[in-house]
Design a protein around this ligand. Structure first.
Ligand code: AMP
Length: 398
Protein backbone atom coordinates (compact mmCIF):
# COMPACT_ATOMS: atom_id res chain seq x y z
CA UNK A 1 0.00 0.00 0.00
CA UNK A 2 1.14 3.58 -0.67
CA UNK A 3 0.78 5.82 2.38
CA UNK A 4 0.79 9.60 2.12
CA UNK A 5 2.42 11.06 5.24
CA UNK A 6 1.47 14.65 6.01
CA UNK A 7 3.17 16.98 8.49
CA UNK A 8 1.23 20.22 8.52
CA UNK A 9 2.42 23.49 10.05
CA UNK A 10 0.62 26.85 10.15
CA UNK A 11 2.01 28.00 6.79
CA UNK A 12 3.88 24.91 5.57
CA UNK A 13 3.15 21.29 4.73
CA UNK A 14 5.71 18.49 4.37
CA UNK A 15 4.71 15.29 2.60
CA UNK A 16 6.12 11.88 1.71
CA UNK A 17 4.55 9.06 -0.24
CA UNK A 18 5.86 5.78 1.18
CA UNK A 19 5.36 2.28 -0.17
CA UNK A 20 4.63 0.20 2.90
CA UNK A 21 5.90 -3.09 1.44
CA UNK A 22 9.34 -1.84 0.38
CA UNK A 23 9.32 0.92 3.05
CA UNK A 24 10.82 3.20 0.39
CA UNK A 25 9.90 6.85 -0.08
CA UNK A 26 8.48 7.19 -3.62
CA UNK A 27 8.21 10.97 -3.60
CA UNK A 28 8.48 13.79 -1.12
CA UNK A 29 8.22 17.53 -0.91
CA UNK A 30 7.20 20.67 0.85
CA UNK A 31 4.63 23.46 0.43
CA UNK A 32 5.80 26.75 1.90
CA UNK A 33 4.24 30.18 2.52
CA UNK A 34 0.69 28.79 2.39
CA UNK A 35 -1.74 31.73 2.48
CA UNK A 36 1.15 34.21 2.05
CA UNK A 37 2.53 35.89 -1.10
CA UNK A 38 5.13 33.78 -2.90
CA UNK A 39 3.75 30.31 -2.01
CA UNK A 40 5.81 27.49 -3.49
CA UNK A 41 5.82 23.72 -3.76
CA UNK A 42 8.97 21.62 -3.89
CA UNK A 43 8.43 18.13 -5.28
CA UNK A 44 11.07 15.37 -5.50
CA UNK A 45 10.13 12.00 -7.02
CA UNK A 46 12.60 9.24 -5.99
CA UNK A 47 15.32 9.04 -8.61
CA UNK A 48 13.92 12.08 -10.48
CA UNK A 49 14.61 15.77 -10.69
CA UNK A 50 13.57 18.09 -7.86
CA UNK A 51 11.02 20.69 -9.04
CA UNK A 52 10.30 24.00 -7.34
CA UNK A 53 7.13 25.79 -8.51
CA UNK A 54 6.01 29.19 -7.26
CA UNK A 55 2.21 29.14 -7.38
CA UNK A 56 -0.57 30.68 -5.29
CA UNK A 57 -1.92 28.62 -2.36
CA UNK A 58 -4.72 30.42 -0.57
CA UNK A 59 -5.04 27.72 2.09
CA UNK A 60 -4.06 24.17 3.03
CA UNK A 61 -6.74 22.66 0.77
CA UNK A 62 -5.02 24.37 -2.18
CA UNK A 63 -1.67 23.02 -0.96
CA UNK A 64 -2.93 19.43 -0.68
CA UNK A 65 -4.60 19.74 -4.10
CA UNK A 66 -1.19 20.72 -5.58
CA UNK A 67 0.52 17.83 -3.76
CA UNK A 68 -2.01 15.35 -5.18
CA UNK A 69 -1.63 16.86 -8.67
CA UNK A 70 2.16 16.53 -8.44
CA UNK A 71 1.93 12.90 -7.31
CA UNK A 72 -0.46 12.01 -10.18
CA UNK A 73 1.12 14.25 -12.86
CA UNK A 74 1.33 12.38 -16.20
CA UNK A 75 5.03 13.11 -16.73
CA UNK A 76 6.62 13.46 -13.30
CA UNK A 77 4.01 11.80 -11.05
CA UNK A 78 4.64 8.51 -9.26
CA UNK A 79 1.07 7.10 -9.22
CA UNK A 80 -1.57 6.93 -11.97
CA UNK A 81 -4.49 8.01 -9.81
CA UNK A 82 -5.44 8.76 -6.22
CA UNK A 83 -6.78 5.18 -5.97
CA UNK A 84 -3.14 4.13 -5.60
CA UNK A 85 -2.90 6.03 -2.29
CA UNK A 86 -4.31 3.59 0.25
CA UNK A 87 -4.20 5.76 3.38
CA UNK A 88 -2.98 9.04 4.83
CA UNK A 89 -0.96 9.30 8.04
CA UNK A 90 -1.01 12.68 9.78
CA UNK A 91 1.53 13.90 12.31
CA UNK A 92 -0.39 15.47 15.20
CA UNK A 93 1.70 17.32 17.77
CA UNK A 94 -0.38 17.20 20.96
CA UNK A 95 -2.66 14.38 22.04
CA UNK A 96 -2.77 15.46 25.71
CA UNK A 97 -3.75 12.61 28.03
CA UNK A 98 -6.41 11.45 25.58
CA UNK A 99 -4.16 9.62 23.13
CA UNK A 100 -1.59 7.05 24.23
CA UNK A 101 -1.29 5.63 20.71
CA UNK A 102 -2.12 6.32 17.08
CA UNK A 103 -5.78 6.30 16.04
CA UNK A 104 -7.94 6.11 12.93
CA UNK A 105 -9.31 9.63 12.47
CA UNK A 106 -13.04 9.98 13.07
CA UNK A 107 -15.22 12.98 13.94
CA UNK A 108 -14.83 12.09 17.65
CA UNK A 109 -11.03 12.01 17.28
CA UNK A 110 -11.07 15.41 15.54
CA UNK A 111 -13.10 16.86 18.42
CA UNK A 112 -10.70 15.36 20.99
CA UNK A 113 -7.66 16.77 19.13
CA UNK A 114 -9.35 20.17 19.07
CA UNK A 115 -9.73 19.98 22.85
CA UNK A 116 -5.91 19.75 23.04
CA UNK A 117 -5.46 22.99 21.02
CA UNK A 118 -4.84 24.98 24.21
CA UNK A 119 -1.80 22.81 24.94
CA UNK A 120 -0.23 23.39 21.49
CA UNK A 121 -1.82 26.54 20.08
CA UNK A 122 0.73 26.88 17.27
CA UNK A 123 0.67 23.27 16.11
CA UNK A 124 -2.63 21.43 16.72
CA UNK A 125 -4.90 23.86 14.82
CA UNK A 126 -2.57 23.54 11.80
CA UNK A 127 -2.63 19.74 12.07
CA UNK A 128 -6.44 19.80 12.10
CA UNK A 129 -6.54 22.10 9.06
CA UNK A 130 -4.35 19.58 7.20
CA UNK A 131 -6.63 16.69 8.16
CA UNK A 132 -9.74 18.61 7.06
CA UNK A 133 -8.13 19.55 3.74
CA UNK A 134 -7.25 15.89 3.04
CA UNK A 135 -10.75 14.75 4.02
CA UNK A 136 -12.22 17.20 1.53
CA UNK A 137 -10.08 15.99 -1.38
CA UNK A 138 -9.86 12.28 -0.47
CA UNK A 139 -13.14 11.61 1.37
CA UNK A 140 -12.96 7.81 1.04
CA UNK A 141 -9.31 7.35 2.00
CA UNK A 142 -8.72 6.19 5.60
CA UNK A 143 -6.65 8.57 7.74
CA UNK A 144 -4.61 7.96 10.86
CA UNK A 145 -3.36 10.44 13.47
CA UNK A 146 0.10 9.78 14.96
CA UNK A 147 0.81 11.91 18.04
CA UNK A 148 4.18 13.35 19.10
CA UNK A 149 3.11 12.95 22.72
CA UNK A 150 1.70 9.40 22.59
CA UNK A 151 4.92 7.43 23.20
CA UNK A 152 5.53 9.39 26.42
CA UNK A 153 2.14 8.55 27.94
CA UNK A 154 3.71 5.57 29.73
CA UNK A 155 5.70 7.92 32.03
CA UNK A 156 4.94 7.32 35.71
CA UNK A 157 3.27 10.06 37.74
CA UNK A 158 6.52 11.02 39.52
CA UNK A 159 8.09 11.77 36.12
CA UNK A 160 5.24 13.81 34.67
CA UNK A 161 4.07 15.87 37.65
CA UNK A 162 5.50 19.34 38.35
CA UNK A 163 5.91 20.82 41.83
CA UNK A 164 2.92 23.14 41.31
CA UNK A 165 -0.46 23.37 43.06
CA UNK A 166 -2.23 20.11 42.24
CA UNK A 167 -5.39 21.97 41.23
CA UNK A 168 -3.60 23.18 38.07
CA UNK A 169 -3.16 19.60 37.00
CA UNK A 170 -6.78 18.87 37.83
CA UNK A 171 -8.16 22.00 36.15
CA UNK A 172 -5.80 22.50 33.21
CA UNK A 173 -3.89 19.22 32.90
CA UNK A 174 -0.58 21.04 33.46
CA UNK A 175 2.01 18.25 33.46
CA UNK A 176 4.96 16.94 31.43
CA UNK A 177 3.84 15.48 28.08
CA UNK A 178 7.04 15.32 26.02
CA UNK A 179 7.39 15.58 22.23
CA UNK A 180 9.31 13.90 19.36
CA UNK A 181 7.68 10.66 20.60
CA UNK A 182 7.55 9.12 17.12
CA UNK A 183 11.31 9.60 16.81
CA UNK A 184 12.12 8.35 20.33
CA UNK A 185 10.00 5.25 19.71
CA UNK A 186 11.48 4.56 16.25
CA UNK A 187 15.10 5.07 17.34
CA UNK A 188 14.88 3.03 20.56
CA UNK A 189 13.27 0.10 18.67
CA UNK A 190 15.78 0.33 15.82
CA UNK A 191 18.69 0.29 18.29
CA UNK A 192 17.44 -3.01 19.75
CA UNK A 193 17.00 -4.43 16.22
CA UNK A 194 20.52 -3.41 15.16
CA UNK A 195 21.99 -4.91 18.35
CA UNK A 196 19.88 -8.06 17.88
CA UNK A 197 18.46 -8.01 21.42
CA UNK A 198 14.81 -7.89 22.59
CA UNK A 199 13.46 -4.33 22.85
CA UNK A 200 11.87 -5.23 26.16
CA UNK A 201 15.26 -6.12 27.69
CA UNK A 202 17.01 -2.78 27.17
CA UNK A 203 17.50 0.46 29.07
CA UNK A 204 17.98 3.07 26.34
CA UNK A 205 18.56 6.82 26.40
CA UNK A 206 17.66 8.55 23.13
CA UNK A 207 19.14 12.00 22.46
CA UNK A 208 17.05 13.55 19.66
CA UNK A 209 19.24 16.57 18.86
CA UNK A 210 17.75 18.67 16.06
CA UNK A 211 16.69 22.27 15.90
CA UNK A 212 14.24 21.22 18.61
CA UNK A 213 15.88 18.72 20.97
CA UNK A 214 14.81 16.25 23.63
CA UNK A 215 16.15 13.27 25.57
CA UNK A 216 14.10 10.25 26.63
CA UNK A 217 14.60 7.30 28.94
CA UNK A 218 13.14 4.10 27.49
CA UNK A 219 13.09 1.16 29.91
CA UNK A 220 11.99 -2.28 28.70
CA UNK A 221 10.25 -0.76 25.66
CA UNK A 222 8.39 1.97 27.56
CA UNK A 223 9.18 5.65 27.93
CA UNK A 224 9.75 6.46 31.63
CA UNK A 225 10.90 10.09 31.32
CA UNK A 226 11.58 12.79 28.75
CA UNK A 227 13.02 16.29 28.83
CA UNK A 228 10.34 18.35 27.05
CA UNK A 229 7.39 19.26 29.22
CA UNK A 230 3.97 20.84 28.90
CA UNK A 231 5.43 22.58 25.83
CA UNK A 232 8.52 21.97 23.67
CA UNK A 233 10.37 24.79 25.48
CA UNK A 234 11.60 22.72 28.42
CA UNK A 235 14.71 20.57 28.63
CA UNK A 236 17.86 20.81 26.54
CA UNK A 237 19.30 24.00 25.09
CA UNK A 238 18.00 24.05 21.49
CA UNK A 239 18.58 26.00 18.25
CA UNK A 240 16.72 29.11 19.43
CA UNK A 241 14.82 27.80 22.52
CA UNK A 242 16.30 28.25 25.98
CA UNK A 243 15.39 24.87 27.46
CA UNK A 244 15.48 24.68 31.29
CA UNK A 245 15.92 28.00 33.09
CA UNK A 246 15.06 29.33 36.52
CA UNK A 247 11.40 30.43 36.04
CA UNK A 248 12.14 33.64 37.99
CA UNK A 249 14.32 34.79 35.06
CA UNK A 250 11.13 35.57 33.11
CA UNK A 251 10.03 38.20 35.63
CA UNK A 252 13.60 39.47 36.01
CA UNK A 253 14.04 40.13 32.26
CA UNK A 254 10.53 41.61 32.00
CA UNK A 255 11.37 44.18 34.73
CA UNK A 256 14.89 44.99 33.57
CA UNK A 257 14.01 45.34 29.87
CA UNK A 258 10.50 46.71 30.36
CA UNK A 259 8.94 43.84 28.39
CA UNK A 260 5.66 41.93 28.61
CA UNK A 261 5.47 38.21 29.41
CA UNK A 262 4.63 37.58 25.74
CA UNK A 263 7.80 39.45 24.71
CA UNK A 264 9.95 37.44 27.11
CA UNK A 265 8.35 34.16 25.98
CA UNK A 266 9.15 35.09 22.40
CA UNK A 267 12.80 35.70 23.41
CA UNK A 268 12.91 32.30 25.15
CA UNK A 269 11.49 30.59 22.04
CA UNK A 270 13.15 32.47 19.20
CA UNK A 271 16.25 34.31 20.38
CA UNK A 272 17.73 32.02 23.00
CA UNK A 273 19.25 28.53 22.77
CA UNK A 274 22.59 28.22 20.98
CA UNK A 275 21.74 31.29 18.88
CA UNK A 276 21.47 33.53 21.96
CA UNK A 277 24.22 31.80 23.92
CA UNK A 278 26.68 32.23 21.02
CA UNK A 279 25.91 35.98 20.98
CA UNK A 280 23.99 35.47 17.72
CA UNK A 281 26.83 33.64 15.96
CA UNK A 282 24.41 30.97 14.65
CA UNK A 283 21.67 28.49 15.54
CA UNK A 284 23.21 26.02 13.10
CA UNK A 285 25.72 23.50 14.42
CA UNK A 286 27.68 23.50 11.17
CA UNK A 287 28.66 27.10 11.95
CA UNK A 288 29.21 26.39 15.64
CA UNK A 289 31.40 23.36 14.90
CA UNK A 290 33.50 25.42 12.46
CA UNK A 291 33.76 28.24 15.02
CA UNK A 292 34.79 25.79 17.76
CA UNK A 293 37.54 24.37 15.54
CA UNK A 294 38.75 27.90 14.72
CA UNK A 295 38.95 28.87 18.39
CA UNK A 296 35.95 31.27 18.34
CA UNK A 297 35.13 31.92 22.01
CA UNK A 298 31.37 32.28 21.37
CA UNK A 299 31.30 28.91 19.61
CA UNK A 300 33.46 27.22 22.29
CA UNK A 301 31.26 28.48 25.17
CA UNK A 302 28.12 27.39 23.31
CA UNK A 303 29.36 23.93 22.36
CA UNK A 304 30.63 23.19 25.88
CA UNK A 305 27.40 24.36 27.54
CA UNK A 306 25.19 22.50 25.06
CA UNK A 307 27.02 19.18 25.46
CA UNK A 308 27.26 19.54 29.25
CA UNK A 309 23.46 19.84 29.41
CA UNK A 310 22.97 16.75 27.21
CA UNK A 311 25.37 14.84 29.48
CA UNK A 312 23.49 16.03 32.60
CA UNK A 313 20.22 14.60 31.24
CA UNK A 314 21.96 11.32 30.42
CA UNK A 315 23.11 11.17 34.04
CA UNK A 316 19.60 11.92 35.31
CA UNK A 317 18.02 9.25 33.12
CA UNK A 318 20.64 6.68 34.08
CA UNK A 319 19.43 7.25 37.64
CA UNK A 320 15.77 7.12 36.54
CA UNK A 321 16.30 3.67 34.99
CA UNK A 322 18.84 2.43 37.55
CA UNK A 323 21.35 1.99 34.73
CA UNK A 324 21.66 2.32 30.98
CA UNK A 325 22.63 -0.16 28.25
CA UNK A 326 22.55 2.03 25.15
CA UNK A 327 22.78 5.76 24.41
CA UNK A 328 21.49 6.74 20.94
CA UNK A 329 22.14 10.00 19.09
CA UNK A 330 19.69 11.04 16.37
CA UNK A 331 18.22 13.96 14.33
CA UNK A 332 20.13 16.71 12.45
CA UNK A 333 22.80 17.34 15.11
CA UNK A 334 22.81 13.89 16.73
CA UNK A 335 23.38 12.23 13.34
CA UNK A 336 25.78 14.75 11.79
CA UNK A 337 27.88 16.39 14.49
CA UNK A 338 30.71 14.10 15.69
CA UNK A 339 32.05 16.90 17.90
CA UNK A 340 28.79 17.07 19.88
CA UNK A 341 28.87 13.30 20.44
CA UNK A 342 32.54 13.39 21.46
CA UNK A 343 32.16 16.29 23.89
CA UNK A 344 29.00 14.77 25.41
CA UNK A 345 30.55 11.32 25.83
CA UNK A 346 33.58 13.02 27.41
CA UNK A 347 31.43 13.46 30.53
CA UNK A 348 30.32 9.82 30.62
CA UNK A 349 33.50 8.03 31.69
CA UNK A 350 31.68 6.83 34.83
CA UNK A 351 29.48 4.70 32.54
CA UNK A 352 32.61 2.96 31.22
CA UNK A 353 32.13 4.56 27.80
CA UNK A 354 34.96 4.62 25.27
CA UNK A 355 34.23 6.19 21.91
CA UNK A 356 35.51 4.64 18.67
CA UNK A 357 36.78 7.84 17.02
CA UNK A 358 36.79 6.34 13.51
CA UNK A 359 33.17 5.15 13.77
CA UNK A 360 32.20 8.50 15.31
CA UNK A 361 33.46 10.22 12.15
CA UNK A 362 31.01 8.33 9.86
CA UNK A 363 27.47 9.40 9.01
CA UNK A 364 24.24 8.35 7.35
CA UNK A 365 23.84 4.85 8.72
CA UNK A 366 22.95 2.91 11.89
CA UNK A 367 26.25 2.68 13.76
CA UNK A 368 27.75 1.60 17.06
CA UNK A 369 30.28 4.36 17.82
CA UNK A 370 31.63 2.97 21.11
CA UNK A 371 34.50 0.47 21.21
CA UNK A 372 33.67 -3.26 21.71
CA UNK A 373 34.88 -3.09 25.34
CA UNK A 374 32.81 0.00 26.20
CA UNK A 375 30.57 -0.91 29.17
CA UNK A 376 27.68 1.13 27.75
CA UNK A 377 27.02 1.11 24.02
CA UNK A 378 26.77 4.42 22.14
CA UNK A 379 24.98 4.43 18.79
CA UNK A 380 23.98 6.77 15.98
CA UNK A 381 20.55 5.85 14.59
CA UNK A 382 19.20 8.11 11.82
CA UNK A 383 15.59 8.87 12.70
CA UNK A 384 12.76 8.37 10.22
CA UNK A 385 9.56 9.84 11.61
CA UNK A 386 7.75 9.61 8.25
CA UNK A 387 8.41 5.87 7.99
CA UNK A 388 7.26 5.41 11.59
CA UNK A 389 4.02 7.29 10.78
CA UNK A 390 3.51 5.16 7.63
CA UNK A 391 4.02 1.96 9.67
CA UNK A 392 1.49 3.11 12.28
CA UNK A 393 -0.98 3.99 9.51
CA UNK A 394 -0.69 0.54 7.90
CA UNK A 395 -0.94 -1.16 11.31
CA UNK A 396 -4.29 0.57 11.92
CA UNK A 397 -5.90 0.46 8.46
CA UNK A 398 -3.76 -2.13 6.67
P1 AMP B 1 16.59 18.78 12.43
O1 AMP B 1 15.73 19.72 13.23
O2 AMP B 1 16.61 17.39 12.96
O3 AMP B 1 16.32 18.85 10.95
O4 AMP B 1 18.10 19.33 12.61
C1 AMP B 1 18.50 20.55 12.05
C2 AMP B 1 19.85 20.95 12.61
O5 AMP B 1 20.83 19.93 12.40
C3 AMP B 1 20.44 22.17 11.92
O6 AMP B 1 19.97 23.36 12.48
C4 AMP B 1 21.91 22.00 12.18
O7 AMP B 1 22.22 22.63 13.43
C5 AMP B 1 22.13 20.51 12.35
N1 AMP B 1 22.91 19.92 11.25
C6 AMP B 1 22.46 19.52 10.05
N2 AMP B 1 23.48 19.05 9.30
C7 AMP B 1 24.60 19.16 10.05
C8 AMP B 1 25.99 18.83 9.85
N3 AMP B 1 26.42 18.30 8.71
N4 AMP B 1 26.84 19.08 10.86
C9 AMP B 1 26.42 19.61 12.03
N5 AMP B 1 25.12 19.94 12.27
C10 AMP B 1 24.23 19.71 11.32
Amino acid sequence: MNVLVINCGSSSLKFQLINSESEQCIAKGLCERIGIDGSMITYSPAGGEKEVTVTPMADHTDAIRLVLEALTNEKTGVVKSLDEIGAVGHRVVHGGEKFSGSVVITDEVMAAVEECNDLAPLHNPANLIGINACKKLMPDTPMVGVFDTAFHQTMPEEAYMYGLPYEYYQKYKIRRYGFHGTSHSYVSKRAAEVLGVPYESLKTIVCHLGNGASVSAVKNGKCVDTSMGLTPLEGLIMGTRSGDIDPAIIEFIAHKENKSIDDVMSILNKKSGVLGLSDNLSSDFRDLEAGYNNGDENAIRTMKTYCYHVAKYIGAYTAAMNGVDVICFTAGIGENAPLVRRLTCGYLGYLGITLDEEANGKRGEDLVISTPDSATKVMVIPTNEELAIARETVRLVG
